[in-house]
Design a protein around this ligand. Structure first.
Ligand SMILES: Cc1ncc(COP(=O)(O)O)c(C=O)c1O
Ligand SMILES: N[C@@H](CCCC[NH3+])C(=O)O
Length: 467
């Protein structure tokens, strides 16, 4: 691999589309090309080329994390642009030359700068609200690459999506279908529609993020899908363009995808028998990432299987749409936090940090495991203890990590790994805590992509009663 210091770039070697717009910091750190690509494909958290140690200092690309914490304060979300790009390429490369559209499931991370990068790389977007539509458009999304999912689309959101000219509505109920038709007809429009089918498949993930079982609120039961399509075909404001499903999130087995696909292909057969044909098949998002020791499925593996099944069943001409969220951003971000106090109870040691459940809700909500790194690895032999890393919020559920062996003193910095997906977007202001800042690192460049909220901003729009 070329040496960046000598003025060569990764784009000089044959790795498909250029992953790096800047000199390749992988090379600077003397990683091999194979290593870079394997790490990118596995989307590995710390230890990846994007978040790595230079001596005892944790770096994001070419920037020391401690420097970012000094400059912007903590808690702080930090994203690596190169990690985003590598994750994007893990989909884009296997899709080269294929009839496919990746629509980033932007609920995972909707910062405008993040959306802007994906839009520039050619991504479409999966949205679930009028707010997400506005964000996507602001960030440069092309409306014809936007699919609109969600069980509760409101009239104004349907109108906004029609006005924008989205690719399609992923319709999740018969009531919604009727409403979209009536709004579209009222506007003299035809709404492009794909039914989100609930295939009753167990995604083998956390129950809160499983969406394709018949007891989940999502989609239209596959048993009744043919009759709903039949109804759709008769409605004045509807044009049928696709079939859609999304069975859940943080999926690490391929079998649920293939089971769902099999059911969708059977449905396509039934529809064809009814004279209904579609332009695209949307298999949703859901690919998992490595938080701890999971073995995620590489997008290329899933795609090879999906395209093989489509060919075999005679649907090779369909456009394949995907809606990945977490796997595009999850391991491209960390949450940096500073230790405030250390506290030792008889049976527990607590590291009380300045980030909390309002900043990263996943541990509280799902018992989720996130890696914890010391931003400066101690060299002075500070003795390690087993800590619960907890926040300042008045809830016992306010924890970020449990039972971690760390060598800590007050004011040390920690990095919570795999925080790029469902991190900032799920943050709140509980306990009147301003939401954190977000920065994006690009090689040795640092961009503040969302300043920290101020306390005053938190209640600036509130009104007191007359005295
Ligand atoms: C309809 C839909 N599409 C895409 C996604 C993105 O999923 P993930 O982040 O698991 O890839 C979600 C969230 O689970 C979703 O609900
Ligand atoms: N918020 C979830 C994922 C939800 C997926 C949305 N359908 C998580 O943090 O894992």
């Amino acid at each position: 691999m070329a040496n960046a210091a000598a003025g060569f770039y990764c784009t000089d070697v044959q790795i498909g589309p250029a992953i790096f717009a800047k000199p390749c910091f992988h090379c600077i750190f003397n990683y091999s090309l194979t290593y870079c690509l394997i790490m990118s494909e596995l989307n590995a958290p710390a230890g990846s080329p994007f978040f790595h140690y230079d001596g005892s200092q944790l770096m994001v690309e070419a920037v020391p994390v401690a420097q970012l914490a000094e400059r912007f304060g903590t808690p702080l979300y930090v994203y690596s642009r190169a990690a985003l790009k590598a994750a994007w390429e893990s989909y884009a490369q296997p899709l080269t030359g294929r009839n496919a559209l990746v629509c980033f499931g932007m609920k995972a991370n909707s910062n405008l700068a993040v959306l802007q990068q994906f839009a520039q790389w050619g991504s479409g977007f999966d949205i679930v609200s009028g707010g997400e539509l506005a964000r996507a458009l602001k960030a440069g999304a092309r409306p014809e690459t936007i699919v609109f999912s969600g069980v509760g689309k409101q009239d104004w959101e349907i109108r906004a999506a029609l006005d924008a000219g989205v690719k399609c509505f992923n319709v999740e109920s018969t009531d919604e279908l009727e409403r979209i038709s009536s709004i579209a007809s009222g506007l003299g429009r035809i709404a492009p529609v794909s039914l989100r089918v609930n295939p009753d498949v167990d995604a083998q993930t956390h129950p809160y993020i499983s969406t394709g079982l018949k007891d989940n609120k999502f989609g239209i039961a596959i048993d009744i899908a043919p009759q709903v399509y039949q109804r759709a075909a008769t409605l004045p404001g509807i044009s049928i363009v696709g079939v859609d499903c999304h069975i859940g999130s943080q999926i690490t087995q391929i079998s649920p995808y293939l089971d769902a696909l099999e059911r969708l292909l059977n449905l396509l057969d039934t529809l064809a028998g009814m004279g209904i044909t579609v332009h695209h098949l949307d298999i949703g998002g859901g690919l998992g990432i490595r938080y701890q020791d999971e073995t995620p499925i590489a997008p290329a593996t899933l795609l090879d299987n999906v395209f093989a099944a489509l060919q075999e069943r005679g649907y090779g001409q369909l456009q394949l749409v995907m809606e990945p969220g977490r796997s595009l951003v999850g391991n491209a971000g960390i949450l940096v936090t500073r230790v405030q106090y250390l506290k030792h109870h008889e049976s527990k040691n607590f590291a009380i940090v300045d980030a909390a459940m309002n900043d990263l809700l996943r541990p509280t909500l799902y018992d989720a495991w996130h890696g914890v790194l010391q931003v400066n690895q101690p060299s002075d032999g500070t003795s390690a203890l087993v800590y619960d890393v907890v926040g300042p919020i008045c809830e016992s559920g306010d924890w970020l990590a449990r039972d971690r062996t760390l060598s800590l003193t007050q004011n040390d910095l920690l990095a919570i790994e795999s925080a790029g997906a469902y991190g900032f977007v799920m943050s709140g202001q509980y306990n009147t805590r301003p939401r954190s800042a977000e920065v994006m690192v690009d090689g040795d460049q640092v961009h503040l992509i969302r300043p920290r909220e101020t306390v005053e901003e938190l209640f600036a729009s509130e009104r007191m009663l007359p005295a």
